[in-house]
Design a protein around this ligand. Structure first.
Ligand code: ADP
Length: 265
């Protein structure tokens, strides 16, 4: 009997091993598939602007004498815009790689939220030129321990998105308030908002609601990077649709230094 039990035990262990091996193989295949899809999508995102640059540059080279100044100016504008797009995409890919390698070490110091918001607004002045901007950041908020470079990048990403996905003439609102051990900072717009069923997916790498949207250029990486940066500084970021009207709302929760975070939970 003991021998039989031992045999059964050995069989059971063997089966567990097999199932594990199968799981691993499936996971490997899935990972391979994902990696392949990722490479395809990255190549596409690199090649599309590069093709536009090459096209415009070759036209300038071959037809230079025959082109009227406005046509030339347009080709040059294409080269600049598409090169900027490439530049942004590569910078985003590098940020994403650094995040995934755990190589983002925030360099924190005490920062005034109002000043940080002002800096981000100055950096997005050009893209937000057609929008109204409303800022409601109380002056008496405690300073926060933030990496100013990373944090500004997050705000710039959110403001860029508000400018891109909400119509000209609409209002972008930045609001901050204290809630226990946290400061909440919200960026709201008056665009179409996010698809209710996958609000969370906007933080996925390469996720874009309208794939191939080239009018509103984007990489689908801005929010994934923003989440990584905010979490590296001990905060969280969440997306939602506004309740009071149509539009998206992104809320950052940032810990107030020296206050136990549990107080707020
Ligand atoms: P992208 O470079 O495409 O803007 P993001 O990671 O910043 O990448 O955003 C991912 C996607 O989430 C966008 O492509 C867009 O579909 C959606 N999105 C982001 N912000 C907004 C917003 N303020 N309003 C509506 N949709 C948004």
């Amino acid at each position: 009997l003991l021998d039989a039990l031992a045999d059964m035990g050995a069989l059971a262990i063997e089966r567990v091993r097999l199932v594990e091996a199968l799981d691993r193989a499936e996971r490997d295949a899935e990972t391979d598939r994902l990696r392949q899809a990722l490479l395809t999508s990255i190549s596409h995102d690199l090649r599309t602007p590069l093709a536009a640059v090459l096209g415009a540059a070759s036209t300038l080279r071959d037809l230079d004498a025959a082109l009227a100044p406005p046509a030339k100016a347009e080709l040059v504008a294409t080269i600049v815009a598409e090169s900027e797009r490439l530049n942004r995409f590569i910078a985003n890919l590098l940020d994403m790689t650094r995040l995934e390698a755990g190589a983002v070490a925030p360099n924190v110091s005490l920062q005034d939220l109002g000043e940080t918001v002002d800096t981000a607004l100055r950096r997005t002045e050009r893209v937000l030129a057609g929008h109204r901007v409303a800022v409601a950041v109380p002056p008496d908020l405690p300073p926060l321990r933030l990496d100013p470079v990373l944090f500004e990048q997050v705000l710039v990403n959110l403001l860029d998105n508000a400018a891109k996905y909400a119509p000209e003439g609409s209002t972008v609102t930045i609001r901050a308030r204290a809630e226990g051990a946290w400061i909440l900072l919200t960026v709201e717009d008056e665009g179409d908002g996010l698809p209710e069923e996958d609000v969370e997916r906007v933080f996925d790498k390469f996720y874009r609601v309208r794939k191939g949207d080239r009018v509103r250029a984007g990489t689908g990486l801005g929010l994934a990077i923003s989440r990584g940066f905010v979490e590296a500084m001990g905060g969280t970021i969440a997306a939602a649709n506004r309740r009071d009207r149509s539009g998206a709302a992104f809320t950052l929760r940032l810990p107030v230094p020296g206050r136990p975070a549990r107080e707020a939970a």
